[in-house]
Design a binder for this molecule. Structure first.
Ligand SMILES: [Zn+2]
Length: 257
């Protein structure tokens, strides 16, 4: 048996529980004999995670949800095998994540990044239900409110549990954000909206998908929003920028020359 190290009431995190970095954050939320995992990580850490869960005395047969925060391979590669281990658990995520993962799509999920020599297995997985903005996942009498927070990925969801937000790849403790990449479906104006929503919410703690949890800090969020706001005007062909002010200036200069 392993002692439960709750990071907040009803919430555990598997890297923290293991006292070593397994991969992305894998949160276990539980109440009244029901529990869920938020993300599963890579396939090669699934056995360790399942063993930790067993040792923490959470019966596998009580797992209600296996949640995909979004469709990136580093978050969900283990989803298919996790479903085999816990067949009663419902695989849930955004409707577009369902489409990408049921079809084993490889570019938007980062299974294939040719320029970096990355080519990872992405076993297609069937979803049991789709969830989107305004939906609620229940565990006992706990309610996880589903937020759709696109920007890093169009499939990105966040989950609010009272003053906590499982915030996905929106922002990390150092103010960095999830990768912005046109091939991945990233969108900078959407990203700014999602971060603004998080800033303006009365959430107090952010539980991200990478790195440690941290207290929401509006000044830090604002700095990141400002950085993305600038970045969206730093265009070149193929990026996610919304405009290219230099070319507007040049148009004017050419017309006046
Ligand atoms: Zn990620």
């Amino acid at each position: 048996m392993l002692a439960r190290r709750e990071i907040f009431p009803h919430v555990l995190e598997m890297n923290y529980q293991a006292r070593r970095r397994l991969g992305c954050c894998v949160y276990l939320v539980h109440n009244q004999n029901e529990w869920a995992l938020i993300d599963l990580g890579y396939d090669d850490t699934l056995d360790d995670i399942v063993e930790i869960v067993r040792q923490l005395d959470f019966p596998l047969s009580n797992c209600k949800y296996l949640v995909a925060t979004h469709a990136d391979v580093d978050h969900i590669q283990a989803l298919k095998r996790a479903k085999e281990v816990m067949p009663q658990a419902q695989v849930v995520g955004h409707p577009l994540a369902k489409e990408l993962l049921e079809n084993g799509e490889r570019i938007q999920t980062y299974a294939e990044i040719e320029a970096q020599g990355i080519s990872l297995d992405l076993p297609p997985v069937q979803f049991d239900a789709v969830i989107d903005e305004g939906d609620v996942l229940t565990l006992g009498d706990l309610k996880l409110e589903v937020w759709h927070t696109p920007g890093h990925a169009p499939t990105q969801l966040a989950f609010r549990l009272d003053k906590l937000l499982f915030s996905g790849d929106n922002i990390y403790r150092d103010g960095c954000v999830g990768n912005i990449d046109a091939h991945h479906g990233s969108d900078i104006p959407d990203f700014i909206s999602s971060l603004t929503r998080i800033r303006d919410s009365d959430v107090e703690w952010l539980l991200p998908s990478h790195g440690p949890w941290f207290a929401k800090d509006n000044a830090m969020l604002q700095k990141t929003i400002d950085r993305l706001t600038e970045y969206q005007h730093m265009a070149d062909f193929g990026t996610c920028a919304v405009d290219w002010p230099l070319l507007d200036d040049w148009d004017k200069e050419l017309a006046e020359s």
